[in-house]
Design a protein around this ligand. Structure first.
Ligand SMILES: Cc1cc2nc3c(=O)[nH]c(=O)nc-3n(C[C@H](O)[C@H](O)[C@H](O)COP(=O)(O)OP(=O)(O)OC[C@H]3O[C@@H](n4cnc5c(N)ncnc54)[C@H](O)[C@@H]3O)c2cc1C
Length: 512
């Protein structure tokens, strides 16, 4: 292990000295016989970084270099730990208060399920998952419009609220790299001088507060879907006369949250087990959905989603009650009045955006997480892909062998195609919500892949593999391989369909 520096860096508001003890927790062994370990061993598209970086034998190639991370979300803290492990002195700046002190961030409304794809980055860092069994995810219960339920047990995943995950990673980063990673809250990135590697931070909305200018060797933009770093990069590339495209699509949906409901809604499959369950209630209209997830205290929280603008027509609790009764068969009846009360009083939030950038880098700068490749919640990939990108950053750092200026472009080479493929998968999934009907080409492609893939995986598993790639989204199979499989299977399905039509026509002609 590297020697532990027991002093807080100048400028740290964290300022606390923490003992060099590993975070408490259980090992991955308890989870689905080590799903994340399997991912690292068999499926990880990115070669493992040098195991020697943590050794005191000179493996930390970036010692003496300073990295600035913008944003203390899941991606920011995970990237900070990889940077610290590679020898950087890391400063993380966050425009909001620390999650545990943030009164706005109630955070229990939607859960993030960490699947092996996201867990792999933590595994690579040697971080153990939280010890409380309530963090374990038991699986998903889908309730359809007719009130039928389908249970999928998904052992091996862990659940967090978004702010719970952010705080847990902040605590872990501080504990593992005391003095090497420092956090400063309530300061937002405002201006970046890419040529001279300087960034200015200021207090959001604070006219009187002095700004802080910070120099860096490497800047990591993990400041979320409305990224300032991305905006500054776009300006930089356009001044350089280089094209830089940013596409930001809206999910077209909004959601409201409710909390604190009680009830016995677990299926017999989960009886006697402790852990979080995710209930997805669908209606006859793809835009209208209801979720419920179990919390460690035995209550349920969740979301109610509608097409953007849909909440404008709903005013009193009675409006919500009527809609819920009309649309959902599976939601417990005694929940409806309580949920309706809360929903009528709650503000609506946009249900995610989808982002594609033409480059995830600039001079001395890397962009990752939602800032670079946000997706809507449809596949539950946002935080998981963000953590996976941190693993890729680690590979770029390792390959750069101490040459900090080589890191950003190498990271981009390693990750851009997968980030674009993730965007494409998310876009295709939304064909379901666009309601263009059953002949929507995107919808047909996904359908063909899943149906044909399922058949082929049963008939010729040794050629095709165990399941369609899309259904293995959680496993860590590269996003680019999934889009390639979808395209290939859709083409194959079209050829087979044409052959079937030709064959039937020929038969009919003979008969006639
Ligand atoms: C309803 C919903 C459900 C979701 N469900 C899932 C799920 O099941 N699974 C999953 O993997 N993902 C899910 N996600 C997505 C997930 O929340 C995000 O992908 C994830 O939080 C991205 O992490 P990040 O660190 O890149 O960005 P963020 O979490 O957005 O963090 C960015 C941070 O940067 C800070 N910041 C912003 N601007 C500045 C600035 N100028 N200066 C300093 N700091 C700044 C922000 O305050 C924030 O703390 C869901 C999202 C939504 C909305």
């Amino acid at each position: 292990m590297l020697p532990v520096v027991k002093t807080a860096a100048p400028g740290s508001t964290a300022g606390e000295l923490v003992p060099d003890v590993p975070p408490s927790g259980v090992s991955f062994e308890g989870y689905d016989k080590g799903a994340a370990e399997r991912y690292m061993r068999e499926q990880n598209p990115y070669p493992r970084a040098l195991a020697s970086v943590d050794d005191g034998d000179g493996g930390a190639l970036f010692t003496g270099k300073r990295a600035v991370v913008v944003g203390a979300g899941p991606a920011g803290s995970t990237a900070a730990m990889f940077l610290a492990r590679q020898g950087f002195q890391v400063e993380v700046y966050e425009r909001r208060p620390e999650p545990k002190n943030d009164p706005v961030d109630t955070g229990r409304a939607y859960i993030i399920i960490l699947i092996p794809r996201g867990q792999a980055a933590l595994k690579e860092l040697g971080i153990k998952l939280p010890v409380d069994e309530h963090f374990r995810s038991l699986g998903t219960v889908s309730h359809n419009a007719k009130g039928k339920t389908r249970v999928s047990k998904e052992e091996g995943n862990v659940t967090f609220s978004r702010s719970g995950l952010a705080q847990w990673l902040i605590d872990t980063a501080r504990r593992r790299y005391p003095g090497r990673i420092t956090y400063t809250f309530n300061l937002a990135a405002e201006e970046i001088d890419f040529k001279n590697k300087k960034i200015r931070f200021g207090t959001p909305g604070g006219i009187m507060s002095p700004s802080r200018n910070v120099s860096y060797d490497l800047l990591v933009g993990t400041d979320g879907v409305a990224s300032q770093v991305r905006g500054a990069l776009a300006g930089y590339w356009s001044r350089e006369g280089q094209p830089y495209n940013v596409e930001v699509d809206d999910s077209g949906r909004e959601y409201k949250v409710y909390m604190g409901l009680k009830g016995d809604i677990e299926p017999p499959e989960f009886e006697g087990k402790t852990g979080a369950s995710l209930h997805l209630y669908t209606s006859d209209d793809p835009f209208t959905s209801f979720t419920a997830h179990s919390n460690p205290d035995g209550t349920y929280s969740g979301t109610f989603s509608l097409q953007t603008g849909g909440f404008k027509d709903l005013h009193a609790p009675a409006d919500y009650e009527a809609l819920m009764k009309a649309k959902f068969k599976g939601v417990p009846e005694d929940w409806i009045p309580a949920v309706a009360q809360q929903l009528a009083a709650a503000p609506a939030s946009p249900a995610g955006k989808r982002v594609r950038v033409s480059r995830m880098w600039g001079p001395g700068t890397v962009l990752l997480g939602d800032a670079a490749h946000a997706v809507t919640p449809v596949f539950g990939q946002g935080a998981n892909s963000a953590l996976e990108s941190c693993l890729v950053l680690n590979q770029a750092l390792t390959e750069a062998k101490g040459n900090v200026d080589a890191v950003p472009e190498r990271f981009n080479e390693l990750r851009l195609e997968d980030a674009h493929s993730l965007y494409e998968l998310d876009r295709k999934a939304y064909s379901f919500f666009r309601r263009k009907g059953p002949f929507d080409p995107d919808f047909l492609q996904l359908l063909a892949h899943v149906i044909l893939g399922t058949i082929l995986s049963k008939i010729v598993p040794f050629i095709y593999g165990s399941r369609p790639a899309l259904l293995r989204l959680g496993s860590g199979i590269p996003y680019s391989q999934i889009t390639a499989a979808v395209t290939r299977d859709a083409k194959l399905a079209a050829v087979l369909l044409l052959a079937l039509i030709a064959f039937t026509a020929a038969k009919l002609c003979k008969l006639i």
